[in-house]
Design a protein around this ligand. Structure first.
Ligand SMILES: Cc1cc2nc3c(=O)[nH]c(=O)nc-3n(C[C@H](O)[C@H](O)[C@H](O)COP(=O)(O)OP(=O)(O)OC[C@H]3O[C@@H](n4cnc5c(N)ncnc54)[C@H](O)[C@@H]3O)c2cc1C
Length: 312
């Protein structure tokens, strides 16, 4: 059986779990390997590079085949019932280890411990064991893939904000920033035990906020508003005002706003904000409406939406 496709401009391959570590109450770290990862590569730092993982259907165990995949594989894949093809979800490359055919990716996966809202990704993560196999889509060296949204102009102040799903991306960014980078990172995690050690430049302050039962995103919101000196109360965001696919970057707008054309952007603060879509929407309103942040200086990304399963 072939386990990969060499005809696609990205890696589309089966990967095997090489190690599993329960990092903390809410995070499972999995290390995924395949000889195909020898062909992984991006231009420049990986920063928040996203990848796709295709998990087995929790009921049938059905997982997609990479046999003979060609350019039409996604349309063909989507036509098949989820019970046969599994479920695709988005994750971040937290780190890359090894080299050549022994290259592995580290992926930190959040377990949904608050409430009983689980999905195929968190279900798989909670049971992951060495030898398990899933399918991955990732950048192939030498081919455009996209998926890196962290693109600040040189010399700007950085504002990195995220909940637990964005912790892998923010930690990856912090570890790859140039030594003279400056700014602040706010990371909200479910409990104090989820706080991680992360190495970043001396000029970037890292602030961990443990929810410990508070409303999702409240601590993040309050900390960012205080940091930016925004007066006034919380911006109310009605549930029907939340775009579960919220994605506003200088290069793409899920709401159809005009996309910036001047790639240089002005100097000032660059804000990268990711997490639950309603929380990100509230912060976006503060930054755009009250502080007049320039579109070229922001990336607002809904990484997940409470109560809504990702489409796949
Ligand atoms: C660019 C990008 C990068 C991402 N990187 C990571 C990463 O590195 N690690 C990571 O863990 N996640 C990451 N995410 C978020 C992840 O894709 C979503 O959380 C996804 O919904 C998980 O899929 P699932 O199958 O577990 O749940 P789904 O089937 O999508 O959802 C089922 C239910 O679970 C709820 N749910 C989903 N996520 C959470 C959560 N985190 N906590 C509580 N409830 C939840 C949903 O609201 C829904 O009710 C990333 C998302 C994006 C867009």
């Amino acid at each position: 059986m072939t386990v990969t496709s060499s005809v696609l401009p990205m890696l589309f391959t089966e990967v095997e779990v090489v190690s599993v570590e329960r990092l903390s109450p809410s995070f499972v770290r999995v290390e995924l390997g395949s000889p195909e990862l020898a062909h992984f590569g991006v231009d420049g730092p990986r920063y928040d590079q996203r990848i796709k993982l295709i998990f087995p259907d929790p009921v049938t165990g059905g997982i997609t085949s990479t046999d003979d995949a060609d350019e039409s594989w996604l349309a063909t894949w989507l036509d098949r019932p989820a019970s046969e093809r599994g479920h695709m979800r988005t994750y971040t490359i937290r780190d890359v280890r090894g080299s050549g055919a022994r290259t592995t990716f580290i992926v930190d996966m959040v377990l949904h411990l608050e409430g009983d809202l689980v999905g195929p990704g968190s279900t798989w993560a909670s049971k992951a064991a060495v030898g398990d196999r899933i399918v991955m889509l990732a950048p192939r060296r030498g081919y455009p893939y996209g998926g890196i949204e962290f693109v600040p102009s040189p010399g700007v102040d950085l504002l990195l904000v995220g909940d637990e799903t964005a912790v892998p991306a923010i930690c990856s960014v912090l570890e790859q920033l140039p030594a003279d980078a400056r700014g602040t990172a706010f990371l909200e995690v479910p409990v104090a035990g989820d706080v991680q050690d992360v190495e970043g430049p001396a000029g970037v302050e890292v602030v961990w906020l443990a929810r410990e039962g508070a409303e999702l995103g409240q601590r993040l919101h309050d900390a960012v508003v205080a940091h930016l000196g925004i007066p006034g109360a919380q911006v109310e965001v009605a549930p029907d005002e939340v775009d579960p696919d919220l994605w506003e970057t200088p290069y793409y707008s899920s709401s159809g706003e005009e996309v910036a054309t001047d790639e240089a952007g002005p100097s000032g603060t660059y804000a990268w904000i990711a997490g639950e879509s309603k929380v990100v929407t509230g912060l976006r309103r503060h930054l755009v409406n009250e502080l007049g942040f320039d579109r070229r200086q922001v990336a607002f990304m809904g990484y997940w939406r409470r109560g809504v399963a990702m489409r796949s």
